[in-house]
Design a protein around this ligand. Structure first.
Ligand code: 5RP
Length: 218
């Protein structure tokens, strides 16, 4: 099966099981960002009457949701969310993730933190034993870019500025190469302490609760 078909299958499985069925009915849905999530949003057309509103992690997803007629509201008006569905760039056996390939990591992290259930939808190429082959995205305040980069080098990483990319929050992204992340919880906490870091694309303290790979739930 192609990577795109596997993404589509994961998206359809999540929409059917967690939005179309079960306890979600009438709830506010957290929606992530990326090509897998785009398949998921398209699938929501089937279940629109079960969705009261959505909280979105990016301008791109917001636009796609609104085109379907789904109301997108501010997280501050939503309270805690029952369900958040998003993709990932890498997923380890503990459901710890690297995210941020689409530069939406900060809002994704906020929505994940505010959600009771985080369902991550991926294709099999995203499954790894140890995180780090995919460069770790870090969102930084623009004036702190060089400072944060030096701190990363001091920790053995090789930061590369994603030149030309500005996040939805007006910030910049450093992609860190060369780390084999055997203790993601510890690394996430350490990187969060660097002044100028807005968010780290490691979802380890708050990993996914459920991972769907194609039509397989793990
Ligand atoms: C965006 C993300 C995405 O979830 C991640 O990049 C996966 O994207 P895709 O579904 O296109 O492979 O974290 O910031």
């Amino acid at each position: 099966m192609s990577q795109d078909n596997e993404k589509r299958l994961a998206a359809e499985t999540a929409a059917f099981k967690y939005v179309g069925n079960g306890s979600f009915k009438g709830g506010i849905l957290g929606v992530g960002t990326g090509s897998t999530v785009n398949f998921f949003i398209d699938e929501l057309a089937l279940y629109r009457d079960r969705i009261k509103a959505a909280v979105s992690s990016s301008e791109a997803s917001t636009e796609r949701l609104r085109k379907l007629g789904i109301d997108v509201i501010d997280l501050n008006a939503a309270g805690r969310l029952d369900l958040y569905v998003d993709g990932a760039d890498e997923c380890d056996p503990h459901k710890c993730l690297i995210k941020g390939g689409g530069a939406a990591l900060t809002r994704e992290k906020i929505v994940a933190a505010a959600s009771d259930l985080f369902v991550c939808i991926i294709d099999a190429s995203k499954q790894v034993d140890v995180l780090g082959k995919f460069p770790l995205p870090i969102e930084v305040i623009p004036m702190a870019r060089s400072h944060v980069a030096r701190e990363i080098v001091a920790r053995g990483g090789q930061p590369v500025w994603r030149d030309g990319v500005v996040t939805d929050n007006g910030n910049w992204i450093l992609d860190v190469h060369g780390w084999r992340i055997t203790n993601p919880v510890e690394l996430e906490a350490d990187l969060n302490q660097i002044v100028g870091v807005v968010a780290v694309g490691l979802f380890a303290k708050r990993p996914a609760d459920v991972v769907i790979v194609g039509n397989r739930e793990i």
